[in-house]
Design a protein around this ligand. Sequence first.
Ligand SMILES: CNC(=O)c1cccc(C)c1Nc1nc(N2CCN(c3ccccc3Cl)CC2)nc(N2CSC[C@H]2C(=O)NC)n1
Ligand code: NI
Length: 183
Amino acid sequence: MILMDNVIREGHPTLRARAKELTFPLSKEDKQLGQDLMEFLINSQDPELSEKYDLRSGIGIAAPQVNESKRIFALHLPDDSDNPLSFVAVNPKIVSHSVEKTYLTNGEGCLSVDRNVDGFVPRHARITVKFFTLDGEEKKMRLKGLQAILFQHELDHLNGVMFYDHINESNPFAEVPNSQPIV
Ligand SMILES: CNC(=O)c1cccc(C)c1Nc1nc(N2CCN(c3ccccc3Cl)CC2)nc(N2CSC[C@H]2C(=O)NC)n1
Ligand code: NI
């Protein structure tokens, strides 16, 4: 199982590399990696397990964060949230996006960043995405709100982009034009 010791932190070069596409059918190792990423998120959101294994809670994690430079990530929004979402995405892409932007008014956190980086992280408000499941099935879906933010945060990790790269340097809380914030 993935533990926090397996999560690389900012400064590690893999976080700034472009991850490689996977080929199908996936190797046993790559399938296991996808399952391990999802298992980590579920464990991290469980009060007992996160306490027992000292896990930081997350709703998304990308393979580069465990030093595997491969285009695969897992998202897991708790079932009790008003918009549950749970999948492992292989070779994910944004095929189209809104002009309108969105951002979390509380900012973003990242398992690979052991500090608070304040500021709005502007992202596309609505996105149409494509990805493959671990079994090689192609999926296409439209995401908005927190689901869209989450997908973009994890896709950034596959391209060596960190959330704070998007924060306005001169004024982290500058108004984001044409945006609908999420409180
Ligand atoms: C600096 N201010 C902040 O971090 C921040 C501060 C307040 C609110 C938000 C909304 C913030 N922002 C933010 N909060 C989260 N969590 C909220 C708590 N939650 C969680 C915690 C415990 C159990 C179960 C769960 Cl579910 C885990 C996830 N996660 C992300 N991100 C950015 S996209 C990838 C995702 C991620 O998984 N990061 C590790 N951002
Ligand atoms: Ni992150």
